[in-house]
Design a binder for this molecule. Structure first.
Ligand code: SAH
Length: 251
């Protein structure tokens, strides 16, 4: 029997209609998601601005370069996803492997002390999440960062690249020895508590350079120290009591 061609819907037309319907459905599903994402990033932006005002400016962080960098770096992308909503709170947060991302105020304080900016070469010991490195890089500084836990070095490298901080150079290793190939540094930021100042780091500091490092007994209150090098003279000053995770040594 012959069917009348006009009554039969050709396969391609039917498929086209299904495709159209599916895309419309997909769009309906995606639109609220996109709106939610936009709303979420706006609320993270508000939380960040609030953090800058109440935790930093009100407590005396006044260097505009530092404040701008703290405004620019999306801290919620540096903490585990389950803690994203707490990223802008006034405290450190766990980042896995028993390590922590420092409280925003401490990150800003250490940044302000070393006065980073374009053309400045900075070494960080203790990459962790990569947040402090990103803040330093957001000032225009050239940043080198060393992390002793290979998994953290790897995830921080990937995160920094994904968020557009691809100029930060990260390597896995024991930061005690610094990064001789790229020395000397205008500044060194150590984000783990050492019992003494590692001599190789002093050697790799430029004449006139500054190092900020928590010194003291692990698991107790330590002192954040400012170390300055002028010729052969080294001066140290206590800045404030802090609590950092221990500076470990490679076995
Ligand atoms: N600056 C980080 C927080 C660091 S927590 C951030 O912004 O997220 C301290 C980090 O120092 C930890 O990840 C720890 O593994 C690392 N660390 C400890 N001893 C180290 C060493 N000798 N060399 C390099 N990294 C070290």
């Amino acid at each position: 029997m012959r069917m009348h061609p006009a009554r039969q819907t050709p396969f391609s037309a039917r498929a086209g209609r299904i495709l159209l319907l599916a895309s419309a459905l997909l769009l309906l599903l995606l639109l609220p998601c996109a709106a939610l994402a936009a709303e979420e990033s706006a609320s993270f932006g508000q939380a960040r601005e609030q953090m800058v005002r109440s935790q930093l400016e009100r407590r005396g962080i006044s260097d505009q370069t530092t404040l701008q960098a703290m405004r620019r770096v999306p801290r919620h992308n540096f903490v585990p996803e389950s803690l994203a909503r707490e990223a802008y709170a006034d405290r450190p947060l766990p980042i896995g492997y028993g390590q922590t991302i420092s409280q925003p105020y401490i990150v800003a304080y250490m940044t302000q002390v070393v006065a980073p900016g374009p053309g400045r070469r900075i070494l960080e010991i203790g990459t962790g999440s990569g947040y402090q490195a990103a803040v330093l890089a957001a000032t225009g500084a050239e940043v080198y960062s060393i992390e002793i836990i290979p998994e953290l070095a790897e995830s921080a490298t990937e995160r920094l690249r994904r968020l557009g901080f691809e100029t930060v150079r990260v390597k896995a290793g024991d930061g005690y020895f610094g990064w001789a190939e790229n020395a000397p540094f205008d500044a060194i930021v150590v984000t783990a508590a050492a019992e003494f100042i590692p001599p190789p780091l002093l050697d790799q500091l430029k004449d006139g350079g500054r190092m900020v490092i928590p010194v003291g007994t692990p698991f107790f209150v330590q002192t954040l120290m400012l170390v300055e090098k002028r010729g052969t003279e080294i001066t140290t000053n206590s800045l404030m009591p802090v609590r950092f995770v221990p500076f470990r040594r490679a076995e």
